[in-house]
Design a protein. Structure first.
Length: 219
């Protein structure tokens, strides 16, 4: 059994993945999750889940700790290698050591069976909101990187010095260029970075140089 839901999933829609080898629990969770308008894909094993192509949409994984074959806990590293998504563990045999291991492995919640429906839904919505923010940040970061790659070496240098708080006159002295030339480089850099204002440009400069300053000044 690969998935209870066979209807194609559109990328922007939030998706809940469930991995559980109990048919009764599969059906219960699928019905519960769909009752609040969410899309759900249910799998009976970790292997089936890992073989599924996950679209880039806000999502989370609800998985049983104890599964036939490879357990949910044992598969944590393999799941993380496919995609970083929030994981909610379920178990009917909880203990402190198991909870600690799950949390260290990246679980966002640990729910004991039997559970109240609202507890599961609250955990799912919190996990989906967290993944939505992660995806939005990743998309914004990637867009920022692409804009930064369009800058010339001079524009990157000016941007770097702007981020350090230097004035045009100081940047001109630092780069041994005229102040007018600096203004032109800054204006072009702002346009390429799609900065709405100088303040926005400074914020984008600080953000991009947090991980690309060395590359920017050297290429």
């Amino acid at each position: 059994m690969s998935s209870i839901t066979d209807t194609p999933v559109s990328a922007p829609q939030s998706i809940v993945y469930v991995v559980d080898d109990d048919p009764g629990m599969q059906q219960s969770l699928s019905t519960l999750i769909r009752s609040v308008g969410l899309c759900v894909n249910v799998f009976e094993s970790v292997e089936a889940f890992l073989a599924f192509h996950m679209p880039a949409a806000p999502s989370c994984l609800v998985i049983d700790v104890r599964l036939k074959g490879e357990s949910g806990l044992a598969a944590l590293d393999r799941i993380a290698s496919v995609r970083s998504l929030p994981i909610i563990f379920m178990t009917a045999y909880a203990d402190v050591a198991m909870c600690v291991r799950a949390m260290k492995g990246g679980a966002v919640d640990f729910i004991e069976k039997p559970f109240h429906c609202q507890i599961m839904l609250d955990a799912v919505f919190a996990a989906l909101e967290s993944d939505k923010k992660r995806l939005e940040f990743a998309q914004a970061t990637e867009a920022l990187r692409r804009s930064y790659e369009n800058l010339t070496w001079r524009e990157r240098e000016v941007m770097s010095l702007v981020a350090k708080g230097l004035l045009n006159k100081q940047i001109a002295a630092e780069m041994n260029l005229s102040e007018m030339t600096i203004k032109i480089h800054r204006m072009r850099a702002m346009k390429k970075m799609e900065a709405r204002s100088f303040a926005d440009f400074v914020l984008k400069a600080a953000a991009i140089l947090g991980f690309d300053e060395v590359k920017g000044r050297a290429t």
